[in-house]
Design a protein around this ligand. Structure first.
Ligand code: SF4
Length: 79
């Protein structure tokens, strides 16, 4: 994996709040306390948008694992 940031988007409208992503990668994903859907933790959010974030290289593997494990495939990653 390169040292590039991963651009991560969560299609929160499609999230079913299964909890897999924040169990797999709690450094990057968390449950929104109001709607129960996944969001990017504040430290990695872009523009204050809970659905958009940038993951540093050291979190790339767990973010990718979380995306792969999402049962409804709403976590999207671009480099
Ligand atoms: S793994 Fe997918 S469906 Fe489950 S909480 Fe995370 S984003 Fe939502």
């Amino acid at each position: 994996m390169s040292g590039k940031l991963l651009q991560v988007t969560i299609d929160r409208d499609g999230c079913i709040s299964c909890g897999a992503c924040w169990a797999t990668c709690p450094e990057f994903f968390e449950e929104n306390p109001e709607d129960g859907f996944s969001q990017v933790v504040g430290a990695y959010r872009v523009g204050g948008n809970p659905a958009v974030g940038e993951a540093p290289a050291e979190l790339a593997e767990c973010v990718q694992d979380a995306a792969n494990g999402c049962p409804v495939e709403v976590i999207h990653i671009a480099v």
